[in-house]
Design a protein around this ligand. Structure first.
Ligand code: SF4
Length: 448
């Protein structure tokens, strides 16, 4: 979400006539888009601002703007701690950054503008996309939940869904521009539409998937993240029935202990989670499932952790993003200091969990060998520079030899999976299915 916000800030400024500088020394405007979900975000911000302040000596016209959720949370503290900052904006008014920069130029004083709540999502904002073939599309911002470890509801506010027509139009425009894969973004995508159209027709997330599935030119639809508590059978059915919706589900577990889940205020038990997971796998063929798990949440006992290991063993995830708990200022969990888990114990636990995750991921990859997969070509392989990389519909990374063919980024190719490691697969190129309609970057691979 934060990265897509950066694309939207850049797109807006480019639309207002700004041009991209090749480095920060040559820039007249620097925008720092902060994310306080990151560990030590404030230390990093003020450290960076300290370094950037010296650029104002050589370029007195330089404007520094700080936006994003840390700015939303700390607002006036930013300008008092870092005098070099000219503009502070929050998560709800990034569409106003150009105007705030101009006000700062005129008024010659720091401008701080934070909006508490967003009435409607500013749909018309352009984005400067990093990729020519894939795009993020925000469908909803904010979150109505209150997970004890999470700062998002404080800094992003209540859930606000975008109108379905606006989303569909944006995706139609993206498709016309050559984008074939979209990822729908929201803090809790499957509660999409709950706040729309009081008393009238309220679109649900499943309706949105079906509408996007009809858009010509779009080949793959992904989304992140659903909340297990709100995931409904109708969404799984829509995923199965819409051929463009990828057979991949990110389903954040967070913990396998019911005591810890209650303390986290997640709103489900491990049994309910596993039931929904079974339902998803029964409805959606060949589904890949990834998850997030926090180890060492305040109060987590040995038994709680063993419960997590048991649930992970049962769930057999394709991969898991595992984290040792670290308190985020402003969250309920950050105040549970008397229950913090010894870091050495948390470290031992996460090593065991990662070993289990790696074992499951490797087994899943081993099962792929011999299968034929269609890939969206994304890049030159980072592991093997003589190879190209693509992603399957399950979002698995596959490296393959282009066999001397020029295969631009954004092409679709068919491969046979020949080998595996825990976090990627190797494939043998069978055929190039399609090349992008518009001119795209040609991937240069090194010989040998
Ligand atoms: S549902 Fe997600 S975004 Fe909302 S509070 Fe929980 S973790 Fe944060």
């Amino acid at each position: 979400m934060n990265e897509h916000d950066s694309e939207r800030i850049a797109g807006q400024l480019l639309g207002e006539g700004y041009v991209e500088a090749s480095n920060q020394e040559q820039a007249d405007v620097l925008v720092l888009n902060t994310c306080c979900i990151r560990e030590n975000a404030d230390e990093k911000l003020y450290g960076t601002l300290g370094q950037l302040a010296s650029l104002k000596v050589t370029n007195p016209n330089l404007q520094i703007a700080v936006g994003g959720c840390l700015a939303q949370k700390d607002r006036d503290i930013v300008t008092s701690k870092a005098k070099s900052v000219d503009v502070v904006f929050g998560t709800h008014n990034l569409h106003r950054v150009g105007e705030l920069l101009r006000r700062n130029e005129l008024e010659k004083q720091a401008i701080v503008e934070i909006v508490e709540e967003l009435e409607a999502y500013p749909s018309a904002l352009p984005a400067r996309r990093e990729s020519s073939h894939s795009a993020w599309v925000t469908i909803q911002i904010g979150c109505d939940n209150s997970c004890a470890f999470c700062i998002v509801p404080t800094v992003r506010g209540k859930e606000v869904s975008r109108r379905m027509g606006d989303i569909v139009h944006e995706i139609e425009d993206l498709a016309a521009d050559g984008v074939t894969e979209i990822t729908l973004l929201g803090q809790n995508v499957n509660s999409y539409g709950r706040d729309l159209g009081a008393g009238q027709y309220r679109p649900k997330f499943a309706d949105l998937l079906r509408a996007i599935n009809e858009i010509d030119g779009i080949e793959r639809i992904r989304f992140t993240s659903p909340h297990p508590k709100d995931m409904r059978e109708e969404t799984f059915v829509a995923m199965a029935e819409c051929e463009k919706v990828c057979n991949q589900l990110h389903f954040p577990l967070q913990s396998g202990s019911n005591t810890v889940l209650a303390a986290m205020r997640r709103g489900y038990t491990s049994e309910r989670y596993l039931e929904k997971l079974d339902l998803a796998r029964n409805i959606i063929p060949d589904l890949a499932v990834t998850t997030d798990i926090i180890v060492g949440f305040p109060g987590e006992t040995d038994q709680d952790f063993e419960d997590t290991m048991r649930v992970v063993e049962q769930a057999t995830f394709d991969s898991a993003y595992t984290f040792v708990f670290s308190p985020r200022p402003g969250t309920q969990a950050a105040t549970m200091t008397d229950k913090f888990v010894d870091p050495e114990i948390a470290k031992e636990r996460i090593i065991r969990l990662c070993d289990l995750e790696k074992r499951d991921a490797t087994t899943k990859h081993k099962d792929q060998v011999g299968k034929t997969e269609d890939l969206l070509v994304v890049d030159v392989s980072r592991q093997k520079p003589n190879m190209i990389s693509g992603r399957t519909t399950q979002n698995k990374l596959v490296h393959f030899d282009p066999k001397g063919q020029a295969i631009p980024e954004g092409s679709y190719v068919r491969v046979e999976i020949t080998d595996f490691a825990s976090h990627w697969l190797f494939g043998d190129l069978i055929e190039v299915i399609s090349r992008p309609a518009k001119k795209k970057t040609l991937l240069q691979v090194s010989a040998g």
